[in-house]
Design a protein around this ligand. Structure first.
Ligand code: FAD
Length: 285
């Protein structure tokens, strides 16, 4: 199949982009890297009258430290997260997840903002925003607002972004020398969407783990923060008992769905195994 005919706009400011969306009476789609949207257009799962290309909006570009946080422009490509020194230094979990996102050709076009705006529950970066405690900078009718990751992911492909709004940047609290992290996923083949995956960011004081944030993906309709598991390791050394307790507690954190390929019970089991691996990795960071 091929896409329905559409008009094309390439605004050079957020104001122009919003005007283009309003001018189409909302029958428009923003496009960033196009790696999810273009297949959806080709299959006519989406058929907007107007495609609004965000790639020329300067505020959506660049990666820089702003005080205690790293501002990552929404148009940052997946491939840049693999190599950009500021991301490796201050958002190491994002850099650790990047090689697992799709394949090089897709990573060269796909954007971090596109992935977080789409919020596929099987995607790596949205869950890592949750693990890192990021804030999403969103442009809408009343200007710019920021939404913490804990409030941003609302339901299957549903986020705090309302139609017409634009994800402008991600603000990630900069990791420091006390931080430890781990990322892992289980996929049938490298580059496939994972059967289950996750990341942890925490601080370590000697042997003791503090302020852990655990986020898993492919275990429900949204990326999931594993708060019960976090409670089992916070303020403790990561010995075998603490890890086993966290794995048991994880059952209450996740609600995997049955699907044609993987039964929910199997995802639940894989998530427990994955958490054990992540916690053991974290211990040796
Ligand atoms: P687009 O395709 O341009 O847009 C996606 C959606 O978000 C659209 O609805 C669009 O309107 C909206 N949007 C885009 N940018 C914004 C914005 N700034 N503000 C508001 N709305 C916006 N992803 C993974 O995470 N893991 C994988 O393993 C993986 N494997 C893949 C394998 C294949 C074969 C393909 C084709 C894709 C795969 N992807 C995977 C998806 C890929 O990472 C996409 O690049 C990403 O999901 C979307 O980013 P994009 O910039 O291409 O967004």
């Amino acid at each position: 199949m091929k896409a329905r005919a559409f008009a094309y706009a390439r605004p050079s400011s957020l104001a122009e982009a919003h005007a283009a969306f309003d001018g189409a009476d909302g029958d428009a789609s923003y496009i960033s890297g196009g790696q999810s949207l273009v297949p959806a257009l080709a299959m006519r799962l989406q058929a907007p009258q107007v495609l609004i290309d965000l790639s020329a909006i300067p505020e959506m570009r660049g990666i820089r430290l702003e005080g205690e946080s790293l501002r990552i422009g929404a148009l940052t490509r997946h491939a840049e997260t693999l190599t950009e020194p500021l991301i490796r230094a201050h958002a190491p979990l994002l850099a650790a997840a990047a090689p697992f996102v799709a394949h090089p050709a897709i990573r060269n076009r796909g954007t971090v903002g596109g992935s977080v705006a789409l919020a596929d529950p099987a995607s790596e970066f949205p869950a890592m925003m949750l693990a890192m405690g990021a804030e999403m900078e969103i442009s809408g009718a009343s200007g710019l607002r920021r939404v913490p990751a804990d409030d941003y992911f609302q339901d299957l492909y549903q986020t705090a972004i309302v139609p017409g709004e634009i994800l402008v940047a991600l603000h990630v609290p900069a990791a420091g020398p006390r931080h430890v992290w781990a990322f892992d996923e289980m996929a049938r083949r490298r580059g496939d969407y994972a059967m289950v995956g996750g990341g942890i960011l925490a601080e370590r004081d000697g042997a003791v783990i503090e302020n852990p944030r655990i986020a898993l993906f492919s275990v429900g309709p949204t990326p999931v923060r594993a708060r019960n598991a976090e409670a089992e390791i916070a303020g403790k050394a990561l010995d075998a008992d603490a890890i086993a307790a966290a794995q048991r507690a994880l059952d209450a954190d996740i609600d995997p769905l049955d699907d044609a390929e993987i039964p929910a019970a199997m995802r639940r089991h894989l998530a427990r195994v994955l958490l054990g691996r992540l916690l053991r990795k974290l211990e040796t960071c």
